[in-house]
Write a protein that binds this ligand. Structure first.
Ligand code: FES
Length: 178
């Protein structure tokens, strides 16, 4: 049964006589520098490496999420009125889409009568366009139809298009909140 005892056991080493080192750490004679102290250092080092890699992965994963959730402090503030372009940008029977705050605005020139509404379909967000011949705003995705002023004519959309005001100021085309 004594042969089954742990070879590194201090009690076993003690029974081997004077030549054996009875180090409680269990180091083996002639194996200086390769004992459990080294194992412990290696384990600590590996622990630090694994911890560092884990922290790096956590930071690289969380940083974009946090950045997405918290808007940048220098975000452009909404305005109530904005010069979006030139009046000549929207010819008679034509239309053009302009950026206004976070929305896209469809400006329609129906033979000199200017109107404006959101260009983002309220169904699934496709951009609408003006069909001059039919006299309606249409969405190419699922067939939503709106009046020039944004009210629903037909289609799957749940809401009308958001209305905006538009005017000509000299050469400029000015869009404002309705
Ligand atoms: S996104 Fe316009 S009809 Fe579906």
């Amino acid at each position: 049964m004594a042969l089954q005892a742990n070879f590194k056991s201090p009690s076993r080493l003690g029974s081997l006589g004077e030549g054996a080192s009875g180090s409680p750490a269990g180091s083996v004679p002639g194996a200086a520098g390769k004992g459990p102290g080294v194992d412990l250092e290696r384990r600590n080092f590996l622990g630090m490496v694994v911890g560092g890699v884990g922290a790096a992965v956590a930071v690289s994963t969380l940083f974009p999420i946090v950045k997405y959730i918290i808007p940048p402090s220098n975000a452009v503030k909404d305005v109530s009125e904005k010069v979006v372009g030139k009046a000549s940008d929207v010819p008679p029977k034509g239309f053009k889409i302009f950026q206004f705050n976070k929305d896209k605005v469809l400006v329609i020139n129906d033979n000199g009568q200017l109107t404006a509404c959101s260009a983002v379909c309220t169904h699934l967000g496709c951009l609408v366009h003006w069909e001059s011949a039919a006299g309606q705003v249409a969405c190419p995705c699922h067939g939503a139809k709106y009046k020039q002023t944004g009210e629903i004519i037909s289609g799957p959309q749940p809401l009308p298009l958001k209305a905006y005001k538009v005017k000509v100021d000299g050469e400029n085309l000015v869009v404002s909140k309705a």
